[in-house]
Design a protein. Sequence first.
Lengths: 201, 198
Amino acid sequence: MKRLAALLTAAALLAAALLLYNPLAKIGLLPPLKALLRGGAAEIAETPVIVQQVKNIAQMFTQTFYDEIVYDTGVMRTPVFSQNKRLIFIAKGEVIAGFDLSELGESAIMRRGRSIVVKLPPARVLDVVINPSGFETFIEEGEISFEESKRFHEDARRIFDENARRKGILRNSAEQGRQMLEKFFRLLGFETVDIIIPASR
Amino acid sequence: MDPKNALPPRARKRLIVLAAVILLLLAVNLAVPARKVRPPLTARTLKDLAELATVEYEVTKIVSHKDIAWYGDRKILFETAAEVKAGIDLNELADQDVRVEGDAVTVTLPRPRILLFNMKPGSMREIFNESGILRSDFSNQEKDALLSLGEKDIRAKVAAMDVLDRAARNARILVESWLRRSGYSAVRVEFRAAGGAA
């Protein structure tokens, strides 16, 4: 009977310790129990970076839009007996707009004495950048696969693109491109500089 | 109950006290909400740029991590890819960097630098993921942290490649072609020396 009492006391002490640990972890004073089971700081193996392709490009970046959003997948219902899923993350990154100058034709630059006319292609979104270091998981419930997470990250990029367009990135990009080239050609000594930019779609 | 089999009074008291403590802690556990502080979001901002990207590198890297512990291992392997664009910042171009003499022009361009680094989620693949029976699976947060380490390593290794030399070569070709198309017959494009002087 004494042994049973000792066993019960030990079990009760363990339960009490866990119950004491958990609220402290919840308020952030101690690492979560899950993290203790996961192990120490992550390190990746040393592997090479392989160059797959090198391209000559001619892109003029004239506008950037810094954005930060909270992405919430909402509760995703799963079959009975498995935990419902939910992912909330913060995404930080930028949208870059400008001109692809490789689209410039032979007749894009026309000079007459001290005057010059430059016809640019329409300004467009060239890149949406949210790198892995730009994602911060806030809440993760249930088992979310890498493919699912990738889909949400791609969707965050789409939201960035939409936000940037709504903020007028293409209009600003065209205006900045015009000013930039005007300054450049005036530095070259041209008195009249005419930059023609079609409206972006 | 046989008094021989009954718990000794001291042990019984101890268990009652412990049970009360457990109940109290259980109540505390239910009452304390998990800390969920959303970080403040920064303002969305548009900013002017004047950058000319002249080269793009597409690179790949395998990101692997082994978490070995006495109670079980966890292993994960990703294939990642990044796009790196390099070129020159035309905002740094000053009046004295352009010298025109009749039909001849000399332009001193700023030194090239990496302008953009982009690891698109669509170009990453999880190839292998295995956790021991006593180990939790890799969470998304952990996967993002590992991919961030991969990103850091790619950035460091790309900086040691010939990206900037190629960017400078292409920038020279591009600016020379613009200047010739603008009517200049003698065109010279050079780069600012390290430290800023031409």
